[in-house]
Design a binder for this molecule. Sequence first.
Ligand code: FAD
Ligand code: NAD
Length: 475
Amino acid sequence: MAEAFDVIVIGGGPAGYPAAIRAGQNKLSVACIDQWRNPDGGYAFGGTCLNAGCIPSKALLESSELVHRAREEFALHGIKTGPVSVDLAQMQKRKSGIVKASTQGINALFKASGVTGLAGHGRLLPGRRVEFTGADGSKRELSAKHVILASGSVPVELKAAPFKAPHILDSWGALELDAVPKRLGVIGAGVIGLELGSVWRRLGSEVTVLEALPEFLAIADQQLAKEAARHFKKQGLDIRLGARVSAAKVSGDVVEVTYEDAKGTQSLTVDRLIVAAGRRAFTAELLAAGTGVELDERGCIKVDEHCRTGAEGVWAVGDCVRGPMLAHKSKEEGVMVADLIAGRYGEVNYKTIPSVIYTAPEIAWVGLTEEQVKASGRPYKVGVFPFLASGRARAMEQAQGFAKLIAAQDDDEILGVHIIGPMAGELIAEAVLAMEYCASSEDLQRTIHAHPTLSEAVHEAALAADKRAIDSINR
Ligand code: FAD
Ligand code: NAD
């Protein structure tokens, strides 16, 4: 007889493991299956985010930013050091330690909430049954009242530039380099291209980023994108827009890249090439015939706004469904579904999902861009506060960028907040909360912010929307 659970989750990344934990908290019997294997052959929960995405990239961003600051800023603070050099092996060891601690933490969380973690492959069969293949290849059948699919995503492989380690790398490979490449090419000036391009630039690579679109950071507010482009240029990132890669070939120990831009066919020689041209939903070997679960034209699992698939009792969450491919969006969907299954309230507010790019300066936003508000035709007002006017940012030697708030002219509703500057990813949380509670810009204006903190920038941006900023000139 099939082993039975209330809930089986296939995939233990940021969508799947929180779903399993919340199901456990809801007193449901739950199993979470994950097939992720690290290069040492060991299984690990945590998915892309913990093993090969958010966490290792942030560890390297932090280390490389410290190298940059030690070289460029310590002297300003009156701190004398000898020449600063990089021990990449130690940097990578630190990163791996953080990844291991994070993924092992999930085992402890599973234990605490009564989740059965199963290392191996899961395949949905018709009738909410799951075929589980363990590490030793043995198969057994499980059944559940509800199955949550959380199989995540994988990097898009370009026909023009197929992955070929150690020269042509995906984002995971780009996090594992054991030497700093002299010349590094990056395909795609998206989030991964900018974050990983920044890491290796700070560690000494000459970095060229080739972006097919003519506009830089087309998804972001364009005032913010322009400010970002200026900083990246100053940092030495050579970002070439309107540059579509048509071929990349390994030749000896280098990669010859061909791309098309407005001037015609161009070429570039690099030592390593990172392909960061997007990710796609991963559903290989996930669905047996006859499950009733459908995919859309982009290969994502089709779901409604509550993440129900077309099959009774089967749900899908995270990167394998529509919407932004973000860990926090994945987590909220997983938790929502586990609560709905338990008969509790569950909802994801897709309008207030924050985006953060962990470069220096950091970039973060929530809600609509000024371009989107303009296109909507709704009259609006804008407040901008430069970090140059923030005492805390100046004291930190980080007085770059600005906080920008867009509010409706009629009822003062906050429509969007866009921040480029120190700790933007932390500061945006206040704007998310404000928008979640439908706050007006006046609500933010009347909220006391501690001095001197970076959060005063958000306060002052709200004041500036009504030309009432105190610490900067109202324009
Ligand atoms: P995944 O994390 O991909 O997890 C899916 C899991 O399912 C995997 O462990 C996989 O092994 C398992 N699986 C799949 N099929 C099966 C099967 N049939 N049987 C068993 N197991 C299966 N997002 C952010 O919000 N912030 C960031 O800073 C950030 N940085 C990133 C940096 C990089 C370099 C990358 C690549 C991504 C980053 N992301 C970031 C995106 C983030 O990693 C994803 O949005 C997130 O991991 C999606 O979670 P998920 O659980 O849906 O999928
Ligand atoms: P992306 O969609 O952000 O950027 C890919 C870029 O590659 C696009 O700008 C696209 O125009 C360009 N491109 C595609 N084909 C090209 C070609 N042939 N030549 C030149 N340029 C080309 O994707 P990504 O950077 O790979 O990231 C994947 C996902 O991971 C994103 O959805 C992102 O949300 C997520 N992620 C998030 C974070 C974060 O939240 N900080 C960090 C990393 C990744």
